[in-house]
Design a protein around this ligand. Structure first.
Ligand SMILES: *[C@@H]1O[C@H](CO)[C@@H](O)[C@H](O)[C@H]1NC(C)=O
Length: 325
């Protein structure tokens, strides 16, 4: 391959992430902002998991799936944000090439699993709205367990295929990755080998990984909307739709950000813009999911209110107890 000719052939084992390319004066501010976002994301999603696990009113497949989504979001931010924060520290810390590949691998597995889990959630809503009488027969704890397992296993298998190729690559062009995480395209550019096979395999896998869940989700929602529209009364319509409105918002945020990153950018989109788009995808989607469910979903709101009341009662009890002695 002519790419490797006349270049320095020392194999690179470490990368330096260039991050946002801002000067050192902005770094403390960015560090603080991302730290707050990280804590808020973990706390918000942790809260959802706690509610789903503790409140018996939420012991339904819909909320099991939501709890699993929150778990996934915690994993997701934990793959990126600690590394991003480390990158904003004054001392530049290089990242081993294998760790970079591993980050890319986990990123792939998690995004794939998220798309599939969102599809599973729409399937659950489809059954609830379009087949309400058969819902409990068709969807229960076991089925939702199988759906969750299916999401994880299939995304794991898909990404493993790509990564068998990726882990064999050697890098020798440069140490610097002009991004804040180990993204596929910037890494591939640094390889000194023929990358056509990897690129082909990864585009095929990415297309399958994006297309299949998208199609399943779309089909579910087309059925849901056509069923809802056939309900004669407005209140009935609103009631039927209210159980899936939070999910629909989360879904919209997810797909809009995915489309802005992978479809909109062309060769002449500025790099900065690309980074900002990826930031939305990586930072905003996990943060937004618990906010939407806590604000919009009646049952989650109710469960949260009860939880706070209980905590308050507990605290008062404690205080009374202390005061009597
Ligand atoms: C994930 O889903 C399984 C099966 O539906 C459920 O038993 C489990 O509680 C869920 N996990 C969370 C954190 O909600």
């Amino acid at each position: 391959m002519e790419k490797a000719e006349g270049r320095n052939q020392t194999v690179i084992t470490e990368f330096i992430l260039l991050g946002f390319g801002t000067g050192p004066e902005l770094q403390p501010l960015l560090f603080l902002v991302f730290l707050v976002i990280y804590i808020a994301t973990v706390a918000g999603n942790g809260l959802i998991i706690a509610l789903v696990m503790c409140d018996q009113h939420l012991y339904t497949p819909m909320y099991y799936l939501l709890g699993n989504l929150s778990f996934l979001e915690i994993c997701y931010t934990s793959v990126f944000l600690p590394r991003l924060l480390a990158n904003l520290l004054p001392r530049d810390t290089p990242i081993p090439a294998k760790a970079c590949l591993l980050q890319l691998y986990i990123f792939g597995v998690l995004s794939n699993a998220e798309a599939l889990l969102l599809a599973a959630m729409s399937y659950d809503r489809y059954l609830a709205i379009c087949h309400p009488l058969r819902y409990s027969a068709l969807m229960n704890g076991r089925v939702s367990c199988q759906l969750v397992g299916g999401c994880w296993v299939s995304s794991f298998l898909l990404c493993t295929i790509v990564n068998i190729f990726l882990f064999q690559l050697q890098f020798c062009d440069s140490k610097e990755i002009d991004h804040f995480f180990c993204d596929f395209t910037p890494m591939i550019k640094l390889s000194c080998e023929d990358t056509r096979t990897v690129e082909l395999v990864s585009s095929v896998i990415a297309a399958i990984g994006a297309f299949v869940p998208c199609l399943l989700t779309l089909t579910s929602y087309i059925c849901i909307i056509s069923t809802v529209l056939r309900i004669p009364s407005t209140t009935g319509r609103r009631k039927a739709f209210s159980t899936c409105s939070s999910h629909l918002i989360v879904l919209t945020v997810f797909y809009v950000t995915v489309i802005t990153i992978y479809v909109v950018p062309t060769a002449n989109t500025p790099k900065v813009l690309n980074k900002i788009f990826s930031l939305f995808y990586i930072v905003l989607t996990p943060l937004i999911n618990p906010i939407i469910y806590c604000l919009r979903n009646k049952e989650v709101k109710e469960s949260l209110r009860k939880g706070i009341c209980k905590l308050d009662a507990f605290r008062n009890q404690h205080r009374d107890f202390r005061e009597t002695f």
